[in-house]
Design a protein around this ligand. Structure first.
Ligand code: FAD
Ligand code: NAP
Length: 441
Protein backbone atom coordinates (compact mmCIF):
# COMPACT_ATOMS: atom_id res chain seq x y z
CA UNK A 1 0.00 0.00 0.00
CA UNK A 2 1.45 3.36 -1.01
CA UNK A 3 0.01 6.81 -1.40
CA UNK A 4 0.93 9.45 -3.95
CA UNK A 5 0.67 12.80 -2.21
CA UNK A 6 0.55 15.93 -4.35
CA UNK A 7 0.97 19.21 -2.52
CA UNK A 8 -2.22 21.00 -3.54
CA UNK A 9 -4.65 18.17 -3.16
CA UNK A 10 -6.68 16.50 -0.49
CA UNK A 11 -6.06 13.59 1.79
CA UNK A 12 -9.00 11.32 0.97
CA UNK A 13 -10.00 8.08 2.67
CA UNK A 14 -12.35 5.70 0.90
CA UNK A 15 -14.06 3.11 3.10
CA UNK A 16 -15.00 -0.18 1.42
CA UNK A 17 -13.47 -2.08 -1.52
CA UNK A 18 -16.74 -3.21 -3.10
CA UNK A 19 -18.08 -2.22 -6.53
CA UNK A 20 -18.64 1.38 -5.39
CA UNK A 21 -15.41 1.95 -3.47
CA UNK A 22 -13.14 0.78 -6.30
CA UNK A 23 -14.18 3.38 -8.91
CA UNK A 24 -14.17 6.06 -6.21
CA UNK A 25 -10.56 5.18 -5.46
CA UNK A 26 -9.67 5.20 -9.14
CA UNK A 27 -11.28 8.59 -9.78
CA UNK A 28 -9.76 10.23 -6.71
CA UNK A 29 -6.31 9.01 -7.75
CA UNK A 30 -6.91 10.35 -11.25
CA UNK A 31 -7.81 13.68 -9.65
CA UNK A 32 -4.37 13.79 -8.05
CA UNK A 33 -5.48 13.28 -4.46
CA UNK A 34 -3.65 11.42 -1.75
CA UNK A 35 -6.01 8.48 -1.38
CA UNK A 36 -6.11 5.32 0.69
CA UNK A 37 -8.93 2.80 0.74
CA UNK A 38 -9.65 0.91 3.97
CA UNK A 39 -11.31 -2.50 3.65
CA UNK A 40 -12.15 -4.66 6.65
CA UNK A 41 -12.06 -7.96 4.73
CA UNK A 42 -8.94 -9.44 3.11
CA UNK A 43 -10.07 -8.83 -0.50
CA UNK A 44 -11.76 -6.56 -3.01
CA UNK A 45 -15.30 -7.34 -4.17
CA UNK A 46 -17.57 -6.38 -1.25
CA UNK A 47 -20.79 -8.39 -1.27
CA UNK A 48 -19.57 -10.35 -4.30
CA UNK A 49 -16.64 -11.70 -2.26
CA UNK A 50 -18.78 -12.56 0.77
CA UNK A 51 -20.85 -15.50 1.97
CA UNK A 52 -23.97 -13.59 0.89
CA UNK A 53 -23.29 -15.07 -2.57
CA UNK A 54 -25.59 -18.05 -2.14
CA UNK A 55 -25.75 -21.24 -4.22
CA UNK A 56 -25.86 -20.74 -8.00
CA UNK A 57 -26.32 -16.96 -7.86
CA UNK A 58 -26.36 -15.28 -11.25
CA UNK A 59 -26.75 -11.56 -11.77
CA UNK A 60 -30.18 -10.37 -12.81
CA UNK A 61 -28.54 -7.74 -14.99
CA UNK A 62 -26.29 -8.58 -17.88
CA UNK A 63 -22.52 -8.22 -18.18
CA UNK A 64 -23.20 -5.06 -20.19
CA UNK A 65 -25.44 -3.37 -17.64
CA UNK A 66 -23.12 -4.24 -14.73
CA UNK A 67 -19.89 -2.97 -16.33
CA UNK A 68 -18.08 0.29 -15.65
CA UNK A 69 -17.87 2.64 -18.62
CA UNK A 70 -14.05 2.69 -18.47
CA UNK A 71 -13.77 -1.11 -18.30
CA UNK A 72 -16.39 -2.67 -20.61
CA UNK A 73 -17.37 -6.26 -20.01
CA UNK A 74 -17.70 -7.14 -23.68
CA UNK A 75 -18.69 -10.36 -25.33
CA UNK A 76 -22.14 -11.81 -25.84
CA UNK A 77 -24.73 -10.55 -23.46
CA UNK A 78 -25.15 -12.96 -20.53
CA UNK A 79 -25.94 -13.07 -16.82
CA UNK A 80 -22.62 -13.77 -15.09
CA UNK A 81 -22.41 -15.85 -11.93
CA UNK A 82 -21.43 -14.12 -8.69
CA UNK A 83 -17.95 -15.64 -9.00
CA UNK A 84 -17.54 -14.36 -12.57
CA UNK A 85 -18.57 -10.87 -11.55
CA UNK A 86 -16.13 -10.98 -8.62
CA UNK A 87 -13.38 -11.81 -11.11
CA UNK A 88 -14.43 -8.80 -13.21
CA UNK A 89 -14.06 -6.57 -10.13
CA UNK A 90 -10.64 -8.03 -9.37
CA UNK A 91 -9.61 -7.45 -12.99
CA UNK A 92 -10.77 -3.83 -12.69
CA UNK A 93 -8.60 -3.35 -9.59
CA UNK A 94 -5.62 -4.93 -11.34
CA UNK A 95 -6.12 -3.03 -14.59
CA UNK A 96 -6.06 0.34 -12.83
CA UNK A 97 -3.38 -0.74 -10.37
CA UNK A 98 -5.60 0.03 -7.41
CA UNK A 99 -4.50 -2.62 -4.92
CA UNK A 100 -1.39 -0.79 -3.78
CA UNK A 101 -3.65 1.99 -2.48
CA UNK A 102 -5.83 -0.44 -0.53
CA UNK A 103 -5.22 -1.47 3.05
CA UNK A 104 -7.01 -4.74 3.93
CA UNK A 105 -8.21 -6.18 7.25
CA UNK A 106 -8.73 -2.71 8.65
CA UNK A 107 -12.06 -1.56 10.04
CA UNK A 108 -13.20 2.01 10.57
CA UNK A 109 -14.69 2.19 14.07
CA UNK A 110 -15.45 5.89 14.27
CA UNK A 111 -15.21 9.05 12.17
CA UNK A 112 -15.78 12.54 13.53
CA UNK A 113 -14.90 16.10 12.50
CA UNK A 114 -12.53 18.19 14.59
CA UNK A 115 -12.78 21.95 15.08
CA UNK A 116 -10.76 22.55 11.91
CA UNK A 117 -13.24 20.55 9.90
CA UNK A 118 -10.85 17.64 9.39
CA UNK A 119 -11.77 14.01 9.85
CA UNK A 120 -10.40 11.99 12.74
CA UNK A 121 -10.80 8.27 12.20
CA UNK A 122 -10.39 5.53 14.75
CA UNK A 123 -9.47 2.39 12.88
CA UNK A 124 -8.48 -1.08 13.97
CA UNK A 125 -6.13 -3.43 12.20
CA UNK A 126 -5.36 -6.92 13.53
CA UNK A 127 -6.88 -5.91 16.86
CA UNK A 128 -4.66 -2.83 17.15
CA UNK A 129 -6.35 0.59 17.23
CA UNK A 130 -4.85 3.62 15.54
CA UNK A 131 -5.87 7.16 14.57
CA UNK A 132 -5.97 8.50 11.02
CA UNK A 133 -6.67 11.99 9.66
CA UNK A 134 -8.28 13.07 6.37
CA UNK A 135 -9.71 16.08 4.55
CA UNK A 136 -12.47 14.06 2.92
CA UNK A 137 -14.21 10.73 3.39
CA UNK A 138 -15.84 8.60 0.72
CA UNK A 139 -18.25 6.13 2.26
CA UNK A 140 -18.73 2.96 0.20
CA UNK A 141 -19.50 0.55 3.02
CA UNK A 142 -22.48 -0.95 1.19
CA UNK A 143 -26.24 -0.93 1.64
CA UNK A 144 -26.40 -4.73 1.90
CA UNK A 145 -24.05 -5.61 4.73
CA UNK A 146 -26.39 -5.87 7.75
CA UNK A 147 -29.12 -8.55 7.45
CA UNK A 148 -32.62 -7.71 8.65
CA UNK A 149 -34.00 -9.78 11.54
CA UNK A 150 -37.20 -11.77 12.01
CA UNK A 151 -40.34 -9.64 11.36
CA UNK A 152 -41.93 -8.61 14.66
CA UNK A 153 -45.21 -10.50 13.91
CA UNK A 154 -43.21 -13.73 14.01
CA UNK A 155 -41.14 -12.97 17.10
CA UNK A 156 -42.78 -15.91 18.94
CA UNK A 157 -41.58 -18.40 16.32
CA UNK A 158 -39.43 -20.99 18.13
CA UNK A 159 -37.75 -22.80 15.23
CA UNK A 160 -34.45 -22.04 13.52
CA UNK A 161 -34.01 -18.72 11.65
CA UNK A 162 -31.56 -18.35 8.74
CA UNK A 163 -30.96 -15.22 6.66
CA UNK A 164 -30.25 -15.48 2.92
CA UNK A 165 -26.74 -14.16 3.63
CA UNK A 166 -26.21 -17.42 5.58
CA UNK A 167 -27.76 -19.75 3.03
CA UNK A 168 -24.76 -22.05 3.06
CA UNK A 169 -24.08 -25.47 1.52
CA UNK A 170 -24.30 -27.30 4.91
CA UNK A 171 -27.71 -25.71 5.51
CA UNK A 172 -28.90 -26.68 2.03
CA UNK A 173 -27.73 -30.22 2.68
CA UNK A 174 -29.62 -30.34 5.99
CA UNK A 175 -32.80 -29.15 4.25
CA UNK A 176 -32.36 -31.75 1.53
CA UNK A 177 -31.64 -34.68 3.83
CA UNK A 178 -34.27 -33.94 6.49
CA UNK A 179 -36.82 -32.50 4.06
CA UNK A 180 -37.24 -29.62 6.48
CA UNK A 181 -40.48 -27.62 6.57
CA UNK A 182 -39.38 -24.16 5.47
CA UNK A 183 -41.12 -20.80 5.61
CA UNK A 184 -39.35 -18.37 3.28
CA UNK A 185 -40.13 -14.66 3.65
CA UNK A 186 -39.62 -12.10 0.89
CA UNK A 187 -40.13 -11.68 -2.83
CA UNK A 188 -37.03 -9.75 -3.83
CA UNK A 189 -34.22 -11.30 -5.84
CA UNK A 190 -32.91 -13.36 -2.90
CA UNK A 191 -36.41 -14.69 -2.29
CA UNK A 192 -36.89 -15.54 -5.96
CA UNK A 193 -33.64 -17.52 -6.16
CA UNK A 194 -33.71 -19.20 -2.75
CA UNK A 195 -37.39 -20.23 -2.91
CA UNK A 196 -36.80 -21.95 -6.25
CA UNK A 197 -33.74 -23.70 -4.87
CA UNK A 198 -35.64 -24.82 -1.76
CA UNK A 199 -38.42 -26.10 -4.01
CA UNK A 200 -35.88 -28.55 -5.44
CA UNK A 201 -34.54 -29.56 -2.00
CA UNK A 202 -37.71 -30.17 0.00
CA UNK A 203 -41.40 -30.67 -0.83
CA UNK A 204 -42.29 -28.52 2.22
CA UNK A 205 -41.57 -24.92 1.17
CA UNK A 206 -44.05 -22.13 1.83
CA UNK A 207 -43.32 -18.54 0.78
CA UNK A 208 -44.92 -15.69 2.65
CA UNK A 209 -45.25 -12.36 0.81
CA UNK A 210 -46.76 -9.46 2.73
CA UNK A 211 -47.97 -7.99 -0.58
CA UNK A 212 -47.95 -9.14 -4.21
CA UNK A 213 -44.55 -8.66 -5.81
CA UNK A 214 -43.87 -7.60 -9.38
CA UNK A 215 -41.53 -9.96 -11.25
CA UNK A 216 -39.64 -9.46 -14.49
CA UNK A 217 -38.35 -12.45 -16.48
CA UNK A 218 -34.73 -12.46 -17.69
CA UNK A 219 -35.91 -13.99 -20.99
CA UNK A 220 -39.10 -13.46 -22.90
CA UNK A 221 -39.80 -17.13 -23.44
CA UNK A 222 -41.84 -19.82 -21.74
CA UNK A 223 -38.75 -21.92 -20.98
CA UNK A 224 -37.27 -22.25 -17.50
CA UNK A 225 -34.96 -19.37 -16.67
CA UNK A 226 -31.90 -21.00 -15.10
CA UNK A 227 -30.95 -23.36 -17.96
CA UNK A 228 -31.03 -20.34 -20.25
CA UNK A 229 -29.03 -18.24 -17.79
CA UNK A 230 -26.37 -20.94 -17.54
CA UNK A 231 -26.32 -21.58 -21.29
CA UNK A 232 -26.61 -18.03 -22.55
CA UNK A 233 -22.90 -17.35 -22.71
CA UNK A 234 -22.80 -18.50 -26.28
CA UNK A 235 -26.17 -17.17 -27.33
CA UNK A 236 -27.57 -13.83 -28.30
CA UNK A 237 -31.21 -12.96 -27.96
CA UNK A 238 -32.26 -9.82 -29.79
CA UNK A 239 -35.52 -9.80 -27.85
CA UNK A 240 -33.64 -10.05 -24.61
CA UNK A 241 -31.36 -7.15 -25.45
CA UNK A 242 -34.42 -5.13 -26.29
CA UNK A 243 -36.05 -6.11 -23.00
CA UNK A 244 -33.06 -4.97 -20.95
CA UNK A 245 -32.65 -1.67 -22.77
CA UNK A 246 -36.39 -1.02 -22.78
CA UNK A 247 -36.64 -1.41 -19.04
CA UNK A 248 -33.75 0.81 -18.04
CA UNK A 249 -34.60 4.14 -16.52
CA UNK A 250 -33.47 6.15 -19.52
CA UNK A 251 -35.83 4.42 -21.92
CA UNK A 252 -38.75 4.39 -19.54
CA UNK A 253 -38.19 8.02 -18.52
CA UNK A 254 -38.24 9.05 -22.16
CA UNK A 255 -41.74 7.70 -22.58
CA UNK A 256 -45.08 8.93 -21.49
CA UNK A 257 -45.72 7.12 -18.22
CA UNK A 258 -49.25 6.11 -19.22
CA UNK A 259 -48.02 4.68 -22.51
CA UNK A 260 -45.26 2.83 -20.69
CA UNK A 261 -47.69 1.49 -18.11
CA UNK A 262 -50.05 0.43 -20.83
CA UNK A 263 -47.52 -1.58 -22.82
CA UNK A 264 -46.08 -3.16 -19.71
CA UNK A 265 -49.55 -4.45 -18.85
CA UNK A 266 -49.95 -5.76 -22.37
CA UNK A 267 -46.61 -7.53 -21.99
CA UNK A 268 -47.74 -9.23 -18.79
CA UNK A 269 -50.87 -10.47 -20.53
CA UNK A 270 -48.82 -12.23 -23.24
CA UNK A 271 -49.51 -15.97 -23.26
CA UNK A 272 -45.78 -16.76 -23.52
CA UNK A 273 -45.23 -15.50 -19.97
CA UNK A 274 -45.43 -17.59 -16.83
CA UNK A 275 -49.03 -17.41 -15.53
CA UNK A 276 -48.06 -16.87 -11.88
CA UNK A 277 -45.71 -14.09 -12.95
CA UNK A 278 -48.43 -12.33 -14.92
CA UNK A 279 -50.85 -12.67 -12.05
CA UNK A 280 -48.36 -11.38 -9.48
CA UNK A 281 -47.40 -8.40 -11.67
CA UNK A 282 -50.99 -7.45 -12.38
CA UNK A 283 -51.91 -7.78 -8.68
CA UNK A 284 -48.89 -5.82 -7.49
CA UNK A 285 -49.71 -2.85 -9.71
CA UNK A 286 -53.49 -3.02 -9.52
CA UNK A 287 -53.80 0.16 -7.48
CA UNK A 288 -51.70 2.21 -9.91
CA UNK A 289 -52.00 0.34 -13.13
CA UNK A 290 -51.37 3.21 -15.53
CA UNK A 291 -48.24 4.13 -13.59
CA UNK A 292 -47.17 0.57 -13.00
CA UNK A 293 -43.48 1.16 -13.67
CA UNK A 294 -43.41 3.64 -10.81
CA UNK A 295 -45.69 1.61 -8.56
CA UNK A 296 -43.16 -0.86 -7.22
CA UNK A 297 -39.67 -2.35 -7.55
CA UNK A 298 -39.44 -5.19 -10.03
CA UNK A 299 -37.82 -8.46 -8.96
CA UNK A 300 -35.75 -9.20 -12.06
CA UNK A 301 -35.99 -12.94 -11.76
CA UNK A 302 -38.95 -15.23 -12.38
CA UNK A 303 -37.67 -18.36 -10.64
CA UNK A 304 -40.12 -18.14 -7.74
CA UNK A 305 -43.00 -17.91 -10.23
CA UNK A 306 -41.78 -21.00 -12.07
CA UNK A 307 -41.49 -23.07 -8.89
CA UNK A 308 -44.93 -21.82 -7.85
CA UNK A 309 -46.45 -22.73 -11.20
CA UNK A 310 -44.77 -26.16 -11.13
CA UNK A 311 -46.28 -26.82 -7.67
CA UNK A 312 -42.84 -27.10 -6.03
CA UNK A 313 -43.58 -24.31 -3.55
CA UNK A 314 -46.65 -22.72 -2.05
CA UNK A 315 -46.98 -18.93 -2.00
CA UNK A 316 -49.26 -17.17 0.49
CA UNK A 317 -49.85 -13.46 -0.01
CA UNK A 318 -51.28 -11.61 2.97
CA UNK A 319 -50.13 -8.87 5.32
CA UNK A 320 -51.52 -10.72 8.37
CA UNK A 321 -49.42 -13.42 10.03
CA UNK A 322 -48.66 -14.50 13.57
CA UNK A 323 -46.65 -17.31 15.16
CA UNK A 324 -46.73 -19.48 18.25
CA UNK A 325 -43.99 -22.03 18.77
CA UNK A 326 -43.45 -23.69 15.40
CA UNK A 327 -46.93 -22.84 14.09
CA UNK A 328 -47.50 -19.87 11.81
CA UNK A 329 -51.00 -18.59 11.13
CA UNK A 330 -51.83 -16.72 7.92
CA UNK A 331 -55.08 -14.75 7.77
CA UNK A 332 -55.86 -14.54 4.08
CA UNK A 333 -57.54 -11.55 2.38
CA UNK A 334 -60.84 -13.53 2.15
CA UNK A 335 -60.82 -14.02 5.94
CA UNK A 336 -59.85 -17.70 5.85
CA UNK A 337 -57.05 -18.86 8.13
CA UNK A 338 -54.20 -21.13 7.05
CA UNK A 339 -51.94 -22.79 9.65
CA UNK A 340 -48.60 -24.43 8.95
CA UNK A 341 -45.81 -25.87 11.13
CA UNK A 342 -42.23 -25.02 10.20
CA UNK A 343 -38.78 -26.21 11.26
CA UNK A 344 -37.05 -23.15 9.92
CA UNK A 345 -37.69 -19.64 8.67
CA UNK A 346 -35.47 -18.44 5.83
CA UNK A 347 -35.34 -14.65 5.77
CA UNK A 348 -35.00 -13.12 2.32
CA UNK A 349 -36.09 -9.81 3.79
CA UNK A 350 -33.08 -7.81 2.70
CA UNK A 351 -30.69 -5.59 4.60
CA UNK A 352 -30.52 -2.53 6.82
CA UNK A 353 -28.25 0.33 5.82
CA UNK A 354 -26.38 1.68 8.79
CA UNK A 355 -23.31 3.79 9.61
CA UNK A 356 -22.84 3.25 13.37
CA UNK A 357 -19.28 4.54 13.18
CA UNK A 358 -20.22 7.96 11.76
CA UNK A 359 -20.23 10.37 14.69
CA UNK A 360 -22.16 13.30 13.25
CA UNK A 361 -24.97 14.80 15.30
CA UNK A 362 -28.44 14.87 13.69
CA UNK A 363 -27.12 13.30 10.53
CA UNK A 364 -29.87 12.79 7.93
CA UNK A 365 -29.35 9.23 6.67
CA UNK A 366 -31.92 9.44 3.87
CA UNK A 367 -29.97 9.41 0.56
CA UNK A 368 -32.84 11.29 -1.08
CA UNK A 369 -31.97 14.28 1.09
CA UNK A 370 -28.37 14.33 -0.17
CA UNK A 371 -27.25 16.45 -3.11
CA UNK A 372 -26.96 14.11 -6.13
CA UNK A 373 -27.84 11.36 -3.62
CA UNK A 374 -24.19 11.58 -2.54
CA UNK A 375 -23.40 14.77 -0.60
CA UNK A 376 -25.18 15.22 2.75
CA UNK A 377 -26.33 18.71 3.56
CA UNK A 378 -23.65 21.00 5.02
CA UNK A 379 -20.99 18.30 4.66
CA UNK A 380 -20.57 18.32 0.88
CA UNK A 381 -17.04 19.67 1.18
CA UNK A 382 -15.79 16.62 3.06
CA UNK A 383 -18.23 13.72 2.91
CA UNK A 384 -19.40 11.70 -0.07
CA UNK A 385 -21.56 8.56 -0.12
CA UNK A 386 -21.33 6.17 -3.04
CA UNK A 387 -23.84 3.42 -3.79
CA UNK A 388 -26.77 4.18 -1.51
CA UNK A 389 -29.30 5.32 -4.09
CA UNK A 390 -30.79 2.12 -5.47
CA UNK A 391 -31.83 2.67 -9.09
CA UNK A 392 -35.40 1.72 -9.84
CA UNK A 393 -34.06 -0.43 -12.67
CA UNK A 394 -30.44 -1.19 -13.45
CA UNK A 395 -27.36 -2.11 -11.45
CA UNK A 396 -25.76 -0.23 -8.58
CA UNK A 397 -22.06 -0.75 -9.51
CA UNK A 398 -21.95 1.23 -12.80
CA UNK A 399 -23.72 4.14 -11.20
CA UNK A 400 -20.88 5.53 -9.04
CA UNK A 401 -18.60 5.40 -12.05
CA UNK A 402 -20.90 7.63 -14.07
CA UNK A 403 -21.79 9.85 -11.15
CA UNK A 404 -20.83 13.44 -11.90
CA UNK A 405 -19.32 13.93 -8.48
CA UNK A 406 -16.65 11.24 -8.73
CA UNK A 407 -16.07 11.73 -12.44
CA UNK A 408 -15.55 15.44 -11.85
CA UNK A 409 -12.53 14.72 -9.70
CA UNK A 410 -10.59 13.54 -12.74
CA UNK A 411 -11.60 16.43 -14.95
CA UNK A 412 -8.87 18.69 -16.42
CA UNK A 413 -9.38 21.03 -13.46
CA UNK A 414 -8.25 18.84 -10.62
CA UNK A 415 -8.99 19.02 -6.93
CA UNK A 416 -12.74 19.22 -7.46
CA UNK A 417 -13.45 17.57 -4.15
CA UNK A 418 -15.15 19.54 -2.59
CA UNK A 419 -17.70 19.88 -5.34
CA UNK A 420 -20.13 21.82 -3.21
CA UNK A 421 -19.57 25.01 -1.25
CA UNK A 422 -18.45 24.31 2.29
CA UNK A 423 -20.93 25.30 4.94
CA UNK A 424 -20.53 25.59 8.64
CA UNK A 425 -19.32 22.29 10.08
CA UNK A 426 -21.85 20.30 12.03
CA UNK A 427 -21.27 19.57 15.69
CA UNK A 428 -19.68 16.19 16.28
CA UNK A 429 -21.29 15.01 19.48
CA UNK A 430 -21.95 11.30 19.55
CA UNK A 431 -25.25 10.63 17.85
CA UNK A 432 -27.48 7.62 18.11
CA UNK A 433 -26.64 4.90 15.58
CA UNK A 434 -26.97 6.25 12.04
CA UNK A 435 -29.34 4.01 10.15
CA UNK A 436 -30.97 4.71 6.82
CA UNK A 437 -34.71 4.48 7.48
CA UNK A 438 -35.84 2.55 4.41
CA UNK A 439 -34.54 1.10 1.16
CA UNK A 440 -32.96 3.99 -0.77
CA UNK A 441 -34.31 4.73 -4.20
C1 FAD B 1 -26.79 -11.63 -2.81
C2 FAD B 1 -26.68 -10.27 -3.44
C3 FAD B 1 -26.61 -10.15 -4.83
C4 FAD B 1 -26.54 -8.89 -5.42
N1 FAD B 1 -26.50 -8.78 -6.78
C5 FAD B 1 -26.52 -7.55 -7.36
C6 FAD B 1 -26.52 -7.39 -8.77
O1 FAD B 1 -26.51 -8.36 -9.50
N2 FAD B 1 -26.53 -6.14 -9.29
C7 FAD B 1 -26.52 -5.04 -8.48
O2 FAD B 1 -26.52 -3.92 -8.98
N3 FAD B 1 -26.51 -5.16 -7.15
C8 FAD B 1 -26.51 -6.39 -6.57
N4 FAD B 1 -26.52 -6.51 -5.22
C9 FAD B 1 -26.51 -5.32 -4.42
C10 FAD B 1 -25.03 -5.13 -4.05
O3 FAD B 1 -24.91 -5.08 -2.66
C11 FAD B 1 -24.46 -3.88 -4.69
O4 FAD B 1 -24.69 -3.72 -6.05
C12 FAD B 1 -22.95 -3.79 -4.52
O5 FAD B 1 -22.41 -4.75 -3.67
C13 FAD B 1 -22.75 -2.42 -3.98
O6 FAD B 1 -21.41 -2.23 -3.82
P1 FAD B 1 -20.83 -1.37 -2.60
O7 FAD B 1 -19.41 -1.15 -2.90
O8 FAD B 1 -21.69 -0.18 -2.37
O9 FAD B 1 -21.05 -2.26 -1.30
P2 FAD B 1 -20.51 -3.69 -0.86
O10 FAD B 1 -20.37 -4.60 -2.00
O11 FAD B 1 -21.39 -4.10 0.27
O12 FAD B 1 -19.04 -3.38 -0.30
C14 FAD B 1 -18.85 -2.66 0.90
C15 FAD B 1 -17.46 -2.97 1.42
O13 FAD B 1 -17.22 -2.12 2.55
C16 FAD B 1 -16.55 -2.87 3.56
N5 FAD B 1 -16.84 -2.22 4.84
C17 FAD B 1 -18.06 -2.03 5.40
N6 FAD B 1 -17.94 -1.36 6.56
C18 FAD B 1 -16.62 -1.13 6.75
C19 FAD B 1 -15.86 -0.47 7.77
N7 FAD B 1 -16.46 0.10 8.84
N8 FAD B 1 -14.52 -0.41 7.64
C20 FAD B 1 -13.90 -0.97 6.55
N9 FAD B 1 -14.56 -1.60 5.56
C21 FAD B 1 -15.91 -1.67 5.65
C22 FAD B 1 -17.16 -4.27 3.43
O14 FAD B 1 -16.31 -5.26 3.99
C23 FAD B 1 -17.31 -4.40 1.92
O15 FAD B 1 -16.18 -5.00 1.32
C24 FAD B 1 -26.55 -7.75 -4.60
C25 FAD B 1 -26.60 -7.89 -3.20
C26 FAD B 1 -26.67 -9.13 -2.63
C27 FAD B 1 -26.74 -9.24 -1.12
N1 NAP C 1 -29.25 -12.32 -8.51
C1 NAP C 1 -29.10 -11.06 -8.15
O1 NAP C 1 -28.70 -10.23 -8.93
C2 NAP C 1 -29.45 -10.66 -6.74
C3 NAP C 1 -29.69 -11.66 -5.82
C4 NAP C 1 -30.00 -11.28 -4.52
C5 NAP C 1 -30.07 -9.95 -4.17
N2 NAP C 1 -29.82 -8.99 -5.11
C6 NAP C 1 -29.86 -7.55 -4.76
O2 NAP C 1 -29.58 -7.42 -3.38
C7 NAP C 1 -30.42 -6.46 -2.78
C8 NAP C 1 -31.23 -7.11 -1.66
O3 NAP C 1 -32.13 -8.08 -2.24
P1 NAP C 1 -33.01 -9.02 -1.31
O4 NAP C 1 -33.88 -9.82 -2.17
O5 NAP C 1 -32.13 -9.69 -0.33
O6 NAP C 1 -33.88 -7.97 -0.45
P2 NAP C 1 -34.97 -6.89 -0.94
O7 NAP C 1 -34.85 -6.61 -2.37
O8 NAP C 1 -34.88 -5.77 0.03
O9 NAP C 1 -36.37 -7.67 -0.74
C9 NAP C 1 -36.81 -7.97 0.55
C10 NAP C 1 -38.15 -8.69 0.47
O10 NAP C 1 -38.53 -9.02 1.81
C11 NAP C 1 -39.77 -8.40 2.11
N3 NAP C 1 -39.73 -7.95 3.50
C12 NAP C 1 -38.83 -7.09 4.06
N4 NAP C 1 -39.12 -6.90 5.36
C13 NAP C 1 -40.22 -7.66 5.61
C14 NAP C 1 -41.00 -7.87 6.77
N5 NAP C 1 -40.71 -7.27 7.93
N6 NAP C 1 -42.06 -8.69 6.68
C15 NAP C 1 -42.38 -9.29 5.51
N7 NAP C 1 -41.67 -9.14 4.37
C16 NAP C 1 -40.61 -8.33 4.43
C17 NAP C 1 -39.90 -7.24 1.15
O11 NAP C 1 -41.25 -6.91 1.01
P3 NAP C 1 -41.72 -5.47 0.43
O12 NAP C 1 -41.44 -5.52 -1.04
O13 NAP C 1 -43.15 -5.40 0.79
O14 NAP C 1 -40.87 -4.44 1.16
C18 NAP C 1 -39.27 -7.84 -0.11
O15 NAP C 1 -40.19 -8.67 -0.76
C19 NAP C 1 -31.28 -5.89 -3.91
O16 NAP C 1 -30.66 -4.73 -4.40
C20 NAP C 1 -31.24 -6.97 -4.96
O17 NAP C 1 -31.37 -6.43 -6.25
C21 NAP C 1 -29.51 -9.33 -6.39
Amino acid sequence: MTSTKTSSNKRVIVIGAGPCGLPALKEMLAGGHDVTLYERSPTVGGVFASKAMYHDLHLTLSNWAMAYSDFPNNGPQCYPSGAEYLQYLKDYATHFDLERHIEYNIEVHSASLDNNNKWILEVQKDGKPRIEHADALIVATGAHQVPKGLPSQLSSFKGKVVHSSDYTEPFREEVRQKKLRVLLIGGGESGADVSADLGDLTPNTTVWLRRPNCFGPRYLTKHAEMPQVRGSKTERYAVNMFLESATTNRMSAAQNVFFYGFWRRLLWALPILNRQLSRACLDSTASAWLMNDQATYVTKNQRMCEAWEDGKIEVLVTPRVSAEGETVEFTMPDGSVQRRDFDVVVLCTGYTTTYPWLKIKDFNTDPRSWYLHCFPEKLGHCLFFSGYARPHQGGIPPWPKSNPATSASSSPTPATFPLTTPNEPTATDSPSENTTPSAPT
